[in-house]
Design a protein around this ligand. Structure first.
Ligand code: MN
Length: 240
């Protein structure tokens, strides 16, 4: 059994509290005093990821699309008087059965969209790319054969998403292993009991201005933006 000593619990096993792990990803600055979720500022300029992510796409994606997810999340939480819910959205997503059934679908969509996009920008950086090091690099070798094989698998899964959705590298706590998966629309890996480590948005709004319908070209270029230090940090939080 792998223990996460820093957080005083072990996984997998009866002491694995998935919603508690999800809470570790809380960003207090993203909620106002009234409990409303706010769109976090971009950690770099809108043109910082050029030429892989163009400035106009980054701006519209962040100011319009991401804002709509935050607004939708606040609205649905307000409708069930849950804006001041003590758990952060990742904790709520990891335990959707605990919220009223009538609100689950909207929380899945808007809450997933809220957290997926927060992670998306944090997972990129100007001058990114390359590959992971340390323990994550070793584990990618174990589960995918090599970094090249991992990229091939991730690309094929992300490219094959039907319509809108995301491609992911996740940690599956049940089997204590890495996996590549897709989610439809804005469903978060948290909802499916997986810890998201790296995700690519393959909604057309994420790439159409520069790449038109060439999603695979976008995915290939996006690798040059990945902030592997951030991904490694996420992994080390849950795996030991
Ligand atoms: Mn998006």
């Amino acid at each position: 059994m792998a223990c996460v000593r820093a957080f005083q619990f072990c996984l997998p096993g009866p002491s694995w509290k998935f919603s508690e792990v999800a809470e570790l990803y809380k960003r207090s600055s993203e909620r106002s005093d009234m409990g409303k979720y706010k769109v976090p500022p971009l950690p770099y300029e809108y043109d910082a990821l050029e030429p892989h992510i163009d400035e106009e796409t980054a701006r519209i994606h962040h100011t319009a699309h991401q804002t709509a997810y935050a607004d939708g999340l606040n609205e649905v939480l307000s409708s069930i008087n849950a804006l001041t819910h003590k758990n952060y959205i990742t904790g709520i997503l990891s335990d959707l059965a605990s919220v009223p059934e009538a609100a689950r679908d909207a929380i899945n969509f808007f809450g997933g969209g809220y957290d997926n996009h927060r992670m998306f920008w944090e997972s990129m950086r100007p001058g990114g790319g390359g590959g992971p090091g340390g323990r994550l690099a070793d584990e990618i070798g174990v589960y995918f054969g090599s970094f090249t094989e991992f990229k091939r698998k991730f690309e094929s899964v992300a490219a094959a998403v039907r319509g809108s959705g995301w491609g992911w590298l996740v940690y599956n706590p049940t089997y204590a292993r890495l996996e590549v998966m897709e989610t439809q629309d804005e469903t978060s890996p948290w909802t499916l009991r997986r810890v998201p480590l790296l995700g690519i948005d393959v909604w057309e709004h994420a790439y159409y201005l520069r790449y038109e319908n060439r999603r695979e070209e976008y995915i290939g270029s996006w690798w040059h933006t990945v902030n592997w230090g951030e991904v490694e940090e996420r992994y080390l939080r849950v795996a030991e």
